[in-house]
Design a protein around this ligand. Sequence first.
Ligand SMILES: *Cc1c(COP(=O)(O)O)cnc(C)c1O
Length: 434
Amino acid sequence: MSTPTTSRPTTTASATQADDAHRHFDGVDLQALAQRIGTPLHAYSASAIHQRIGELQAALTGLDATICFAVKANPNLAILQLMANAGVGADIVSVGELRRALNAGMPAERIVFSGVGKSTDEIAGALSVGIMRFNVESLDELHTLQRVAQAQEVTARAAVRINPDVDAQTHAKISTGKSENKFGVSIDEARRWFAERSQLTHVQLDGLHVHIGSQILSVEPFRLALQRVAAFWRELEQAGHPVNSIDVGGGLGVCYRAGVDQPVAAADYVGAIREALAGFRGRLLLEPGRYLVAEAGVLLTRVIRVKPGIERTFLVLDAAMNDLQRPSLYDAWHDIVPVADERRPLATYDIVGPVCETGDTFARARELPECAAGDLLLIKATGAYGTSMASTYNSRPLAAEVLLQRGRYAVVRRRQHFEDMIAGEQPARNWETP
Ligand SMILES: *Cc1c(COP(=O)(O)O)cnc(C)c1O
């Protein structure tokens, strides 16, 4: 967890320090916080997010680079505001995300729009506020963009999303850069777009975009994809098609499993970009999501009960797959630790939520200090694709979210009220024909 060292005492012995690291997060006492706000509770460390932004910005020194945070990783307005204040823009995939980004104070000229299914209305909405760039994923979308821009009498700026056919060596459900995936177009197709560029009277097609997947833990897939993009950029320049921006996407992995996951350092990642795109004079765009926020988030949850079974013992938490879907969706591992001071013998548990699905399992056969009802646990690295994928399945209200910073907290989303959950629903009273 990337809590800055300033929030930890520096003089205690290492054993107690390990415990204390779980007792405090960004200087905030987690027992007291859980007591105050209740559980399940998503907590984000502002300091940890700032640290990640800082690392990436430092690595990018000297480059004409814009970081566009992938909003889908964590769309909370307070998080987006923090990003905006740090000079970070947004990578959006819907008009809902566009509105969040603008609402949080992100300037339109730092917003890029990705996704295979942008509707005509969404394209029109984004164009009318003057976003920086559309990452176009199909010829049909390119033609729609041309039509909409013509109607608005403006020129849209566009990049073609290249599918470089590279294996990101990540989970199949988060791989996006192989030719069998729905994303982007082949270099052959992109070449034809540029060749016919002059027909695009209202689209300035002068950018390349690539995003090969998520939770990538090796620099090689990035290098390979960027080399293909770079070769294409050089070819386009030779053919008289200037490339003014290259968007390298997101995908940088993080540590979900201490001692096993070894993420690529920002400096090494940017080093690979510098190398592959040597000589490129345009603007570089980056779209990190997970890297900026995952390890800055924890999910605080209490043990409802310990349920001994025939083959295993279940630890039933008050958090469930509706609060954090990654384990049930991707079999993702999250480190889980007790927020407790005393030392206890280890026990082995299947850690589950209360939702009526066998898939509502956070961990199987996990070793943990012995737990009892009421104990507070921490599910780590939940800051990305946690709340953004949350649902109210089983009519469970969306959990509260707090932002932490150097010993203080601010509620950035109150726990959902039952009335919020059913808002918009109504009895079938007024029957009509369409
Ligand atoms: C999801 C997504 C990202 C962010 O991916 P991370 O793995 O969270 O960094 C960036 N760009 C595009 C186009 C995406 O779809």
